[in-house]
Design a protein around this ligand. Structure first.
Ligand SMILES: Nc1ncnc2c1ncn2[C@@H]1O[C@H](COP(=O)(O)OP(=O)(O)O)[C@@H](O)[C@H]1O
Ligand SMILES: [Mg+2]
Length: 234
């Protein structure tokens, strides 16, 4: 089983979007998939409720709910035949809750939006993850995904330099498009929209899918980023 944790301290960076799309992608690919929602806001839970019975099944675990008389281990146990576990983390997660997630994680995917504030906060967050979370000594792989990218977004260069100094891959860039919202409205992922829709989105997901299949290998080539020039003074 591979466990993928979608994590960022910031809200609105795309954790739920990535987690639900990953779960739907693996499930559509025939893998036994579990989606675990750690966010009290329950966005993955809501998405899962909207998902029709005709779609490939995803087993959802609500990690926020405390069940009387059940141990935590029992509550978070996944079915024995699980092949992919995708964890949707809440914003601002830290301490014992983060440690609980990290203990079972193989790969962390960090979405970051192209705002200077988010990029700055994400850099600090990654530094803490390495220093305090000690993810490297736990053998956890970390990759970053630019999300909600629009044309002419020249803000990622500092983040890219920071990541390459830490040897953390910048895996892909996902455009801000209506298709993510359209898919989410019916509990689907972009790979479950009809094949003539979401062509661009699917292409942009491929580097992420490939990297997740082999996160110990560096991505063969850096994804096309909108621009590598730093806004002056940034
Ligand atoms: N690539 C994208 N294109 C369009 N909308 C997006 C994209 N990624 C996220 N969103 C939207 O942005 C909002 C925040 O995303 P979400 O995945 O809920 O973030 P988080 O879980 O990190 O708080 C949601 O309304 C979501 O539909
Ligand atoms: Mg969320």
């Amino acid at each position: 089983m591979q466990t993928i944790l979608v994590l960022n301290s910031k809200g609105g960076s795309g954790k739920t979007t990535l987690a639900t799309n990953l779960a739907s992608l693996y499930s559509a690919g025939g893998l036994n998939t579990v989606l675990m929602d750690y966010d009290p806001q329950g966005s993955s839970l809501q998405w899962h409720k909207l998902r029709g019975d005709e779609l490939p099944p995803i087993h959802l675990i609500d990690a926020t709910r405390i069940h009387q008389g059940q141990t935590r281990t029992w509550q978070l146990a996944v079915p024995a035949n699980t092949e992919r576990l995708v964890i949707d983390a809440p914003a601002g997660v830290n301490g014992s809750s983060l440690q609980e997630m990290l203990r079972r994680t193989d790969v962390i995917v960090i979405p970051v939006t192209p705002s200077p504030i988010d990029i700055h906060a994400t850099s600090d967050f990654i530094r803490d993850l390495l220093l305090i979370g000690k993810v490297r000594s736990l053998g956890v792989h970390v990759g970053v995904v630019a999300n909600r990218v629009r044309r002419n977004t020249p803000l990622y260069a500092p983040l890219q330099r920071f990541l390459s100094s830490l040897k953390i891959p910048f895996v892909t860039s996902l455009t801000d498009t209506e298709n993510y919202i359209k898919a989410a409205e019916s509990g689907r992922g972009i790979f479950e929209l009809s094949s003539d829709e979401a062509i661009l989105e699917r292409e942009q997901w491929l580097p992420l899918v490939r990297w997740l299949a082999c996160p110990e290998a560096p991505p063969r080539q850096l994804p096309d980023l909108p621009s590598l020039s730093l806004v002056s003074g940034g």
